[in-house]
Ligand binder design. Structure first.
Ligand SMILES: [Ca+2]
Ligand SMILES: [Ca+2]
Length: 522
Protein backbone atom coordinates (compact mmCIF):
# COMPACT_ATOMS: atom_id res chain seq x y z
CA UNK A 1 0.00 0.00 0.00
CA UNK A 2 1.30 3.45 -0.89
CA UNK A 3 1.18 6.41 1.46
CA UNK A 4 -1.92 7.56 -0.35
CA UNK A 5 -3.78 4.33 0.38
CA UNK A 6 -2.48 4.29 3.91
CA UNK A 7 -3.74 7.82 4.44
CA UNK A 8 -7.24 6.89 3.30
CA UNK A 9 -7.12 3.82 5.55
CA UNK A 10 -6.39 6.11 8.47
CA UNK A 11 -9.03 8.55 7.36
CA UNK A 12 -11.75 5.88 7.26
CA UNK A 13 -10.68 4.54 10.64
CA UNK A 14 -10.64 8.03 12.14
CA UNK A 15 -14.12 8.78 10.78
CA UNK A 16 -15.47 5.55 12.24
CA UNK A 17 -13.88 6.19 15.64
CA UNK A 18 -15.08 9.80 15.65
CA UNK A 19 -18.70 8.69 15.35
CA UNK A 20 -18.18 6.18 18.16
CA UNK A 21 -16.49 8.55 20.57
CA UNK A 22 -17.85 11.86 19.41
CA UNK A 23 -14.38 13.33 18.74
CA UNK A 24 -13.24 15.40 15.79
CA UNK A 25 -11.93 13.52 12.77
CA UNK A 26 -8.96 15.88 12.66
CA UNK A 27 -7.79 15.20 16.21
CA UNK A 28 -8.21 11.45 15.81
CA UNK A 29 -6.38 11.49 12.50
CA UNK A 30 -3.51 13.30 14.15
CA UNK A 31 -3.45 10.82 17.03
CA UNK A 32 -3.55 7.88 14.62
CA UNK A 33 -0.65 9.23 12.59
CA UNK A 34 1.39 9.56 15.76
CA UNK A 35 0.53 6.19 17.28
CA UNK A 36 -0.12 3.87 14.35
CA UNK A 37 3.24 3.67 12.55
CA UNK A 38 4.43 1.15 15.14
CA UNK A 39 1.48 -1.05 14.23
CA UNK A 40 2.09 -0.80 10.48
CA UNK A 41 3.44 -3.89 8.72
CA UNK A 42 7.19 -4.09 9.30
CA UNK A 43 9.65 -3.97 6.43
CA UNK A 44 9.57 -7.39 4.86
CA UNK A 45 12.27 -8.69 2.50
CA UNK A 46 9.78 -11.05 0.90
CA UNK A 47 8.62 -7.98 -1.02
CA UNK A 48 12.03 -7.79 -2.70
CA UNK A 49 13.64 -9.69 -5.54
CA UNK A 50 17.41 -10.09 -5.69
CA UNK A 51 19.95 -9.65 -8.46
CA UNK A 52 23.24 -11.29 -7.50
CA UNK A 53 26.45 -9.78 -8.86
CA UNK A 54 30.08 -10.82 -8.67
CA UNK A 55 31.32 -7.23 -8.63
CA UNK A 56 34.57 -8.12 -10.43
CA UNK A 57 32.56 -9.74 -13.25
CA UNK A 58 29.84 -7.19 -13.91
CA UNK A 59 31.29 -4.01 -15.41
CA UNK A 60 34.70 -2.32 -15.35
CA UNK A 61 34.09 1.37 -14.78
CA UNK A 62 37.68 2.29 -13.94
CA UNK A 63 40.67 0.52 -15.57
CA UNK A 64 43.07 2.33 -13.23
CA UNK A 65 42.17 0.06 -10.27
CA UNK A 66 42.56 -3.24 -12.15
CA UNK A 67 46.21 -4.14 -11.85
CA UNK A 68 47.23 -2.95 -8.42
CA UNK A 69 49.89 -5.51 -7.45
CA UNK A 70 51.08 -6.45 -10.93
CA UNK A 71 50.16 -10.13 -10.98
CA UNK A 72 46.48 -10.45 -10.00
CA UNK A 73 44.76 -8.98 -13.08
CA UNK A 74 44.75 -11.30 -16.10
CA UNK A 75 42.01 -10.37 -18.56
CA UNK A 76 40.39 -13.47 -20.04
CA UNK A 77 41.70 -15.79 -17.32
CA UNK A 78 38.77 -16.18 -14.98
CA UNK A 79 40.90 -17.28 -12.02
CA UNK A 80 42.15 -13.68 -11.67
CA UNK A 81 40.67 -10.21 -11.44
CA UNK A 82 38.77 -9.06 -14.54
CA UNK A 83 38.34 -5.41 -13.60
CA UNK A 84 34.71 -5.04 -12.50
CA UNK A 85 34.14 -2.41 -9.81
CA UNK A 86 31.64 -0.17 -8.03
CA UNK A 87 31.98 2.50 -10.69
CA UNK A 88 30.83 -0.01 -13.31
CA UNK A 89 28.04 -1.22 -11.04
CA UNK A 90 26.83 2.31 -10.25
CA UNK A 91 26.75 3.10 -13.99
CA UNK A 92 24.37 0.18 -14.53
CA UNK A 93 22.03 0.46 -11.55
CA UNK A 94 19.23 1.53 -13.91
CA UNK A 95 19.78 -1.67 -15.88
CA UNK A 96 19.12 -3.68 -12.71
CA UNK A 97 16.26 -1.49 -11.55
CA UNK A 98 14.55 -1.49 -14.95
CA UNK A 99 14.72 -5.28 -14.98
CA UNK A 100 12.48 -4.97 -11.93
CA UNK A 101 14.84 -6.02 -9.17
CA UNK A 102 14.79 -4.19 -5.85
CA UNK A 103 17.89 -5.60 -4.14
CA UNK A 104 21.46 -6.20 -5.24
CA UNK A 105 23.58 -8.88 -3.58
CA UNK A 106 27.27 -8.28 -4.10
CA UNK A 107 30.13 -10.67 -3.40
CA UNK A 108 32.18 -9.79 -0.28
CA UNK A 109 33.71 -6.31 -0.80
CA UNK A 110 36.39 -6.75 1.88
CA UNK A 111 40.08 -6.48 1.05
CA UNK A 112 41.68 -9.61 -0.43
CA UNK A 113 45.34 -10.73 -0.36
CA UNK A 114 47.65 -8.18 -2.02
CA UNK A 115 48.37 -10.14 -5.19
CA UNK A 116 48.07 -13.55 -6.73
CA UNK A 117 47.92 -16.66 -4.55
CA UNK A 118 49.82 -19.86 -5.40
CA UNK A 119 49.86 -22.69 -2.89
CA UNK A 120 53.08 -24.40 -1.78
CA UNK A 121 52.54 -27.48 -3.96
CA UNK A 122 51.75 -25.17 -6.92
CA UNK A 123 48.52 -27.07 -7.57
CA UNK A 124 46.39 -23.99 -6.97
CA UNK A 125 46.88 -20.60 -8.54
CA UNK A 126 44.30 -17.79 -8.41
CA UNK A 127 43.43 -14.35 -7.03
CA UNK A 128 40.77 -13.16 -4.57
CA UNK A 129 38.59 -11.43 -7.18
CA UNK A 130 35.53 -13.17 -5.64
CA UNK A 131 35.98 -11.63 -2.19
CA UNK A 132 35.74 -14.86 -0.22
CA UNK A 133 39.37 -14.64 1.01
CA UNK A 134 39.46 -11.79 3.49
CA UNK A 135 42.82 -10.18 4.15
CA UNK A 136 41.47 -7.18 6.05
CA UNK A 137 37.80 -7.42 7.06
CA UNK A 138 37.63 -3.68 7.77
CA UNK A 139 39.02 -2.48 4.46
CA UNK A 140 37.38 -2.47 1.05
CA UNK A 141 39.22 -4.24 -1.75
CA UNK A 142 41.07 -1.53 -3.72
CA UNK A 143 40.06 -3.14 -7.04
CA UNK A 144 36.46 -2.16 -6.34
CA UNK A 145 36.74 1.49 -5.39
CA UNK A 146 37.48 4.67 -7.39
CA UNK A 147 37.24 8.38 -6.60
CA UNK A 148 33.51 9.08 -6.35
CA UNK A 149 32.71 5.36 -6.44
CA UNK A 150 33.57 4.08 -2.97
CA UNK A 151 31.55 1.33 -1.32
CA UNK A 152 29.59 4.04 0.50
CA UNK A 153 28.98 5.86 -2.80
CA UNK A 154 27.67 2.62 -4.29
CA UNK A 155 25.31 2.02 -1.35
CA UNK A 156 24.01 5.60 -1.54
CA UNK A 157 23.55 5.39 -5.32
CA UNK A 158 21.62 2.13 -4.95
CA UNK A 159 19.41 3.62 -2.23
CA UNK A 160 18.75 6.69 -4.35
CA UNK A 161 17.29 4.32 -6.97
CA UNK A 162 15.24 2.41 -4.41
CA UNK A 163 17.55 -0.60 -4.50
CA UNK A 164 18.60 -2.41 -1.32
CA UNK A 165 22.16 -3.66 -0.83
CA UNK A 166 22.95 -7.16 0.41
CA UNK A 167 26.53 -7.71 1.55
CA UNK A 168 28.02 -11.18 1.31
CA UNK A 169 29.73 -12.06 4.58
CA UNK A 170 32.35 -14.76 5.27
CA UNK A 171 33.16 -15.21 8.96
CA UNK A 172 34.46 -18.78 8.85
CA UNK A 173 37.84 -17.98 7.40
CA UNK A 174 40.32 -15.52 6.00
CA UNK A 175 42.49 -16.15 2.95
CA UNK A 176 44.77 -19.10 2.22
CA UNK A 177 47.89 -19.51 4.33
CA UNK A 178 49.76 -22.19 2.41
CA UNK A 179 51.69 -19.93 0.02
CA UNK A 180 54.53 -20.76 -2.36
CA UNK A 181 57.70 -18.79 -1.49
CA UNK A 182 57.46 -16.61 -4.61
CA UNK A 183 54.02 -15.27 -3.68
CA UNK A 184 54.40 -11.52 -3.16
CA UNK A 185 52.86 -11.57 0.31
CA UNK A 186 54.52 -14.85 1.39
CA UNK A 187 56.17 -13.16 4.40
CA UNK A 188 52.71 -12.13 5.62
CA UNK A 189 50.99 -15.46 4.97
CA UNK A 190 48.73 -16.46 7.84
CA UNK A 191 47.91 -12.88 8.81
CA UNK A 192 44.35 -11.59 8.93
CA UNK A 193 43.33 -8.05 9.90
CA UNK A 194 40.27 -6.14 11.03
CA UNK A 195 39.53 -3.08 13.18
CA UNK A 196 43.16 -2.09 12.75
CA UNK A 197 44.45 -5.23 14.44
CA UNK A 198 46.33 -8.12 12.84
CA UNK A 199 46.25 -11.76 13.94
CA UNK A 200 48.76 -14.39 12.88
CA UNK A 201 47.78 -18.01 12.27
CA UNK A 202 51.36 -19.19 12.79
CA UNK A 203 51.89 -17.23 15.99
CA UNK A 204 48.45 -17.34 17.50
CA UNK A 205 48.81 -16.27 21.15
CA UNK A 206 45.26 -14.87 21.27
CA UNK A 207 43.66 -18.09 20.04
CA UNK A 208 42.14 -16.30 17.05
CA UNK A 209 42.22 -19.36 14.80
CA UNK A 210 41.13 -22.94 15.12
CA UNK A 211 42.48 -26.18 13.72
CA UNK A 212 39.79 -28.22 15.41
CA UNK A 213 37.28 -27.85 12.64
CA UNK A 214 35.20 -27.97 10.85
CA UNK A 215 37.87 -26.25 8.78
CA UNK A 216 38.14 -25.69 5.02
CA UNK A 217 41.35 -26.71 3.24
CA UNK A 218 44.14 -24.19 3.83
CA UNK A 219 41.88 -21.22 4.58
CA UNK A 220 42.69 -19.55 7.90
CA UNK A 221 39.82 -20.80 10.05
CA UNK A 222 38.70 -18.33 12.69
CA UNK A 223 37.81 -19.70 16.11
CA UNK A 224 34.04 -19.44 16.46
CA UNK A 225 34.28 -20.58 20.10
CA UNK A 226 36.44 -17.59 21.10
CA UNK A 227 34.10 -14.83 22.41
CA UNK A 228 36.71 -12.21 21.46
CA UNK A 229 36.52 -13.31 17.81
CA UNK A 230 32.75 -12.93 17.93
CA UNK A 231 33.07 -9.46 19.47
CA UNK A 232 35.61 -8.49 16.80
CA UNK A 233 33.26 -9.56 14.00
CA UNK A 234 30.35 -7.76 15.64
CA UNK A 235 32.40 -4.56 15.64
CA UNK A 236 33.48 -5.00 12.03
CA UNK A 237 30.04 -5.81 10.64
CA UNK A 238 28.34 -3.13 12.74
CA UNK A 239 30.33 -0.64 10.70
CA UNK A 240 28.92 -2.08 7.46
CA UNK A 241 25.42 -1.79 8.89
CA UNK A 242 26.23 1.85 9.68
CA UNK A 243 27.50 2.35 6.14
CA UNK A 244 23.94 1.62 5.00
CA UNK A 245 23.95 -2.08 4.07
CA UNK A 246 20.38 -3.47 4.21
CA UNK A 247 20.97 -7.20 4.56
CA UNK A 248 23.66 -9.83 5.01
CA UNK A 249 24.06 -13.06 3.10
CA UNK A 250 26.17 -15.42 5.23
CA UNK A 251 28.67 -17.72 3.55
CA UNK A 252 29.89 -21.15 4.78
CA UNK A 253 27.39 -21.15 7.66
CA UNK A 254 27.67 -24.90 8.31
CA UNK A 255 31.44 -24.50 8.86
CA UNK A 256 30.85 -22.60 12.10
CA UNK A 257 28.87 -23.67 15.14
CA UNK A 258 25.26 -22.66 15.66
CA UNK A 259 25.96 -20.99 19.00
CA UNK A 260 28.18 -18.51 17.15
CA UNK A 261 25.49 -17.73 14.57
CA UNK A 262 22.84 -17.37 17.21
CA UNK A 263 24.89 -14.70 18.97
CA UNK A 264 26.14 -12.96 15.82
CA UNK A 265 22.68 -12.64 14.25
CA UNK A 266 21.20 -11.49 17.59
CA UNK A 267 23.85 -8.77 17.83
CA UNK A 268 23.26 -7.58 14.26
CA UNK A 269 19.48 -7.51 14.69
CA UNK A 270 19.82 -5.67 18.00
CA UNK A 271 21.86 -2.96 16.28
CA UNK A 272 19.73 -2.41 13.19
CA UNK A 273 16.00 -2.83 12.88
CA UNK A 274 14.48 -4.69 9.92
CA UNK A 275 17.81 -6.09 8.83
CA UNK A 276 17.36 -9.24 6.74
CA UNK A 277 19.90 -12.04 7.18
CA UNK A 278 20.04 -15.27 5.19
CA UNK A 279 22.59 -18.05 5.11
CA UNK A 280 24.14 -20.49 2.67
CA UNK A 281 24.02 -23.92 4.28
CA UNK A 282 25.08 -27.12 2.58
CA UNK A 283 23.39 -29.96 4.42
CA UNK A 284 23.01 -32.24 1.41
CA UNK A 285 19.76 -34.15 1.67
CA UNK A 286 19.06 -33.09 5.25
CA UNK A 287 16.00 -30.80 5.14
CA UNK A 288 15.64 -30.85 8.91
CA UNK A 289 19.25 -29.76 9.34
CA UNK A 290 18.76 -26.92 6.85
CA UNK A 291 15.49 -25.82 8.45
CA UNK A 292 17.06 -25.84 11.92
CA UNK A 293 19.01 -22.70 10.96
CA UNK A 294 15.69 -20.89 10.53
CA UNK A 295 14.97 -21.64 14.16
CA UNK A 296 17.97 -19.96 15.78
CA UNK A 297 15.58 -17.36 17.17
CA UNK A 298 11.86 -16.71 17.30
CA UNK A 299 10.46 -14.14 14.91
CA UNK A 300 10.91 -13.16 11.28
CA UNK A 301 14.45 -13.10 9.83
CA UNK A 302 14.04 -9.32 9.49
CA UNK A 303 14.58 -9.00 13.22
CA UNK A 304 15.66 -12.39 14.57
CA UNK A 305 18.01 -15.19 13.53
CA UNK A 306 18.31 -15.94 9.81
CA UNK A 307 16.58 -17.35 6.80
CA UNK A 308 18.35 -19.76 4.45
CA UNK A 309 18.99 -20.26 0.77
CA UNK A 310 16.72 -22.88 -0.75
CA UNK A 311 19.42 -25.36 -1.75
CA UNK A 312 16.96 -28.21 -2.50
CA UNK A 313 14.89 -25.85 -4.66
CA UNK A 314 17.90 -24.94 -6.76
CA UNK A 315 20.09 -27.10 -8.89
CA UNK A 316 23.04 -27.32 -6.53
CA UNK A 317 25.25 -30.33 -7.04
CA UNK A 318 23.52 -33.63 -6.48
CA UNK A 319 20.92 -32.13 -4.20
CA UNK A 320 18.95 -29.47 -6.05
CA UNK A 321 16.68 -31.15 -8.53
CA UNK A 322 14.99 -28.27 -10.24
CA UNK A 323 17.14 -27.59 -13.27
CA UNK A 324 16.26 -30.86 -15.08
CA UNK A 325 12.57 -30.07 -14.54
CA UNK A 326 12.86 -27.16 -16.98
CA UNK A 327 14.96 -29.12 -19.44
CA UNK A 328 12.35 -31.63 -20.46
CA UNK A 329 11.85 -33.14 -17.00
CA UNK A 330 8.77 -33.66 -14.90
CA UNK A 331 7.21 -31.15 -12.48
CA UNK A 332 6.90 -33.99 -9.99
CA UNK A 333 10.56 -33.38 -9.09
CA UNK A 334 9.71 -29.80 -8.11
CA UNK A 335 6.68 -31.06 -6.28
CA UNK A 336 8.84 -33.43 -4.23
CA UNK A 337 10.93 -30.49 -3.04
CA UNK A 338 7.89 -28.33 -2.28
CA UNK A 339 6.28 -31.12 -0.29
CA UNK A 340 9.08 -30.74 2.25
CA UNK A 341 8.05 -27.14 2.95
CA UNK A 342 6.44 -28.35 6.15
CA UNK A 343 9.95 -28.76 7.55
CA UNK A 344 10.49 -24.96 7.57
CA UNK A 345 8.88 -22.51 9.99
CA UNK A 346 7.72 -20.53 6.89
CA UNK A 347 8.99 -21.47 3.42
CA UNK A 348 8.02 -18.07 1.98
CA UNK A 349 11.21 -16.67 3.58
CA UNK A 350 13.54 -19.01 1.65
CA UNK A 351 15.81 -17.32 -0.86
CA UNK A 352 15.31 -19.28 -4.07
CA UNK A 353 17.66 -19.46 -7.04
CA UNK A 354 18.02 -21.56 -10.16
CA UNK A 355 21.81 -21.30 -10.33
CA UNK A 356 24.74 -19.32 -8.97
CA UNK A 357 28.52 -19.06 -8.87
CA UNK A 358 28.99 -22.51 -7.31
CA UNK A 359 27.49 -24.62 -10.11
CA UNK A 360 27.30 -24.63 -13.89
CA UNK A 361 24.92 -21.96 -15.10
CA UNK A 362 21.38 -22.75 -16.25
CA UNK A 363 22.84 -22.26 -19.70
CA UNK A 364 25.61 -24.77 -18.99
CA UNK A 365 28.75 -25.17 -21.04
CA UNK A 366 29.18 -28.88 -21.79
CA UNK A 367 30.63 -31.05 -20.47
CA UNK A 368 29.72 -29.14 -17.28
CA UNK A 369 26.00 -28.51 -17.33
CA UNK A 370 23.62 -28.57 -20.26
CA UNK A 371 22.72 -25.67 -22.55
CA UNK A 372 19.33 -24.02 -22.24
CA UNK A 373 16.95 -22.51 -24.77
CA UNK A 374 15.19 -19.20 -24.27
CA UNK A 375 11.92 -21.07 -23.75
CA UNK A 376 13.51 -23.12 -20.99
CA UNK A 377 14.65 -19.89 -19.35
CA UNK A 378 11.11 -18.55 -19.51
CA UNK A 379 9.66 -21.75 -18.05
CA UNK A 380 12.23 -21.70 -15.26
CA UNK A 381 11.72 -18.00 -14.43
CA UNK A 382 7.91 -18.32 -14.58
CA UNK A 383 8.21 -20.89 -11.83
CA UNK A 384 10.68 -19.02 -9.59
CA UNK A 385 8.75 -15.74 -9.72
CA UNK A 386 5.39 -17.26 -8.84
CA UNK A 387 6.37 -20.03 -6.41
CA UNK A 388 7.10 -19.38 -2.72
CA UNK A 389 10.41 -17.84 -1.76
CA UNK A 390 12.37 -14.69 -2.57
CA UNK A 391 13.76 -15.14 -6.10
CA UNK A 392 17.46 -14.45 -6.54
CA UNK A 393 18.74 -14.17 -10.11
CA UNK A 394 22.43 -14.55 -10.91
CA UNK A 395 23.93 -11.77 -13.07
CA UNK A 396 23.97 -12.68 -16.75
CA UNK A 397 20.84 -14.83 -16.56
CA UNK A 398 19.03 -12.18 -18.61
CA UNK A 399 21.77 -12.49 -21.25
CA UNK A 400 21.62 -16.32 -21.17
CA UNK A 401 25.31 -16.15 -20.26
CA UNK A 402 26.77 -19.66 -20.62
CA UNK A 403 29.10 -21.20 -18.06
CA UNK A 404 30.37 -24.53 -16.78
CA UNK A 405 32.06 -25.21 -13.45
CA UNK A 406 33.77 -22.50 -11.37
CA UNK A 407 35.30 -20.24 -12.68
CA UNK A 408 33.69 -20.64 -16.11
CA UNK A 409 30.31 -19.84 -14.50
CA UNK A 410 31.75 -16.42 -13.54
CA UNK A 411 32.39 -14.92 -16.96
CA UNK A 412 32.63 -11.17 -17.39
CA UNK A 413 29.33 -9.60 -18.45
CA UNK A 414 30.54 -6.11 -19.41
CA UNK A 415 28.85 -3.03 -20.91
CA UNK A 416 28.40 -4.46 -24.43
CA UNK A 417 26.57 -7.59 -23.25
CA UNK A 418 24.60 -5.45 -20.79
CA UNK A 419 23.50 -3.16 -23.62
CA UNK A 420 22.45 -6.12 -25.77
CA UNK A 421 20.65 -7.83 -22.88
CA UNK A 422 18.69 -4.68 -22.03
CA UNK A 423 17.03 -4.95 -25.46
CA UNK A 424 16.44 -8.71 -25.23
CA UNK A 425 13.08 -10.44 -24.83
CA UNK A 426 14.33 -12.29 -21.73
CA UNK A 427 15.18 -9.00 -19.99
CA UNK A 428 11.66 -7.77 -20.77
CA UNK A 429 10.24 -11.04 -19.51
CA UNK A 430 12.11 -10.66 -16.21
CA UNK A 431 10.85 -7.08 -15.86
CA UNK A 432 7.30 -8.30 -16.39
CA UNK A 433 7.68 -11.16 -13.88
CA UNK A 434 9.16 -8.76 -11.32
CA UNK A 435 6.23 -6.37 -11.81
CA UNK A 436 3.76 -9.24 -11.45
CA UNK A 437 5.28 -10.45 -8.20
CA UNK A 438 5.60 -6.91 -6.84
CA UNK A 439 1.91 -6.21 -7.39
CA UNK A 440 0.51 -9.13 -5.42
CA UNK A 441 1.34 -9.79 -1.76
CA UNK A 442 0.07 -13.37 -2.14
CA UNK A 443 2.91 -14.05 -4.61
CA UNK A 444 5.43 -12.54 -2.19
CA UNK A 445 4.28 -13.92 1.14
CA UNK A 446 1.53 -16.42 0.54
CA UNK A 447 1.68 -20.03 1.62
CA UNK A 448 1.71 -22.44 -1.31
CA UNK A 449 -0.65 -25.32 -1.95
CA UNK A 450 -0.40 -27.66 -4.91
CA UNK A 451 -3.58 -28.01 -6.96
CA UNK A 452 -2.35 -29.98 -9.96
CA UNK A 453 0.82 -31.54 -11.29
CA UNK A 454 1.69 -33.32 -14.52
CA UNK A 455 4.91 -33.58 -16.50
CA UNK A 456 4.56 -30.15 -18.12
CA UNK A 457 1.84 -28.45 -16.09
CA UNK A 458 1.78 -27.30 -12.53
CA UNK A 459 -0.94 -25.43 -10.66
CA UNK A 460 -0.88 -24.08 -7.14
CA UNK A 461 -2.56 -21.55 -4.89
CA UNK A 462 -0.80 -18.79 -2.98
CA UNK A 463 -2.80 -17.76 0.07
CA UNK A 464 -2.11 -14.62 2.03
CA UNK A 465 -4.41 -12.97 4.58
CA UNK A 466 -7.57 -14.35 3.03
CA UNK A 467 -6.57 -13.47 -0.55
CA UNK A 468 -5.81 -16.26 -2.98
CA UNK A 469 -3.89 -16.24 -6.24
CA UNK A 470 -4.18 -19.28 -8.52
CA UNK A 471 -1.02 -19.95 -10.50
CA UNK A 472 -1.10 -22.12 -13.63
CA UNK A 473 2.18 -22.99 -15.33
CA UNK A 474 2.67 -24.76 -18.64
CA UNK A 475 6.18 -25.57 -19.84
CA UNK A 476 4.93 -27.70 -22.71
CA UNK A 477 5.25 -26.72 -26.37
CA UNK A 478 1.46 -26.75 -26.86
CA UNK A 479 -1.28 -24.84 -25.08
CA UNK A 480 -2.85 -26.97 -22.37
CA UNK A 481 -6.06 -27.11 -20.40
CA UNK A 482 -4.88 -27.27 -16.78
CA UNK A 483 -7.31 -28.40 -14.09
CA UNK A 484 -6.91 -27.40 -10.45
CA UNK A 485 -8.32 -29.04 -7.37
CA UNK A 486 -10.76 -26.72 -5.56
CA UNK A 487 -10.70 -24.10 -8.31
CA UNK A 488 -14.15 -22.54 -8.08
CA UNK A 489 -16.06 -21.43 -11.15
CA UNK A 490 -16.24 -17.68 -11.40
CA UNK A 491 -15.01 -14.43 -12.83
CA UNK A 492 -11.25 -14.01 -12.57
CA UNK A 493 -8.70 -11.46 -13.61
CA UNK A 494 -5.48 -12.81 -15.06
CA UNK A 495 -2.78 -10.73 -13.39
CA UNK A 496 -0.32 -11.71 -16.14
CA UNK A 497 -2.41 -10.49 -19.10
CA UNK A 498 -4.93 -8.19 -17.41
CA UNK A 499 -7.77 -10.10 -19.04
CA UNK A 500 -10.93 -10.74 -17.01
CA UNK A 501 -13.02 -13.77 -17.90
CA UNK A 502 -15.14 -16.52 -16.50
CA UNK A 503 -13.31 -19.75 -15.70
CA UNK A 504 -14.65 -23.09 -14.67
CA UNK A 505 -12.74 -26.17 -13.51
CA UNK A 506 -9.75 -25.84 -15.83
CA UNK A 507 -7.75 -23.04 -17.38
CA UNK A 508 -6.17 -22.88 -20.80
CA UNK A 509 -2.52 -21.92 -20.52
CA UNK A 510 -0.44 -21.01 -23.60
CA UNK A 511 2.69 -22.97 -24.53
CA UNK A 512 5.58 -21.97 -22.22
CA UNK A 513 3.10 -19.68 -20.51
CA UNK A 514 1.55 -18.83 -17.21
CA UNK A 515 -1.67 -17.49 -15.80
CA UNK A 516 -2.15 -15.95 -12.37
CA UNK A 517 -5.84 -15.76 -11.61
CA UNK A 518 -7.34 -13.58 -8.93
CA UNK A 519 -11.06 -13.46 -8.15
CA UNK A 520 -12.42 -10.46 -10.08
CA UNK A 521 -14.43 -7.78 -8.33
CA UNK A 522 -17.97 -7.78 -9.54
CA1 LIG B 1 38.26 -1.62 -12.65
CA1 LIG C 1 35.17 -23.28 10.88
Amino acid sequence: MGNFGRFFGYFRLARRLSTCFNLSVKSLLLALFITLPAALPAADFREETIYFVITDRFADGDPSNNDIYGDEYVPGNLRYYQGGDFKGLIAHLDYIKNMGFSAVWITPPVMQPPGRYVNSSRTYDAAGYHGYWAWDFSKIDPHLESPGASYKNFIDAAHAKGLKVIQDVVLNHGHGGDTAPDVKWHARRGQVSGLGRTYDYFSDEKGWFTRRGPVLADLLDLDDANPEVLKWFEGIYASYQDLGVDAFRLDTVAWMNKAFWKKFTAAMHARKKDFFIFGEIWTNDDYKGLASYMRLAKGSPMNAGMSVMDMPGSAMGGWGRLEPVFKGGDYSAADEVLRRDREYPDASWLVTFPDNHDKPRFNGAPPAGTPATEEQYRDMLNFYFTARGIPCVYYGTEAMLPGGEDPDNRRMLGPEAIKRAAASPLYAHLARLNALRRSFPALQKGSQKKLFSSKDQYAFARDYRGARAYVFLNKGGEKALVPARGFKAGLYTDAWTGETARFQGAVEVPAHGLRVLLPARR
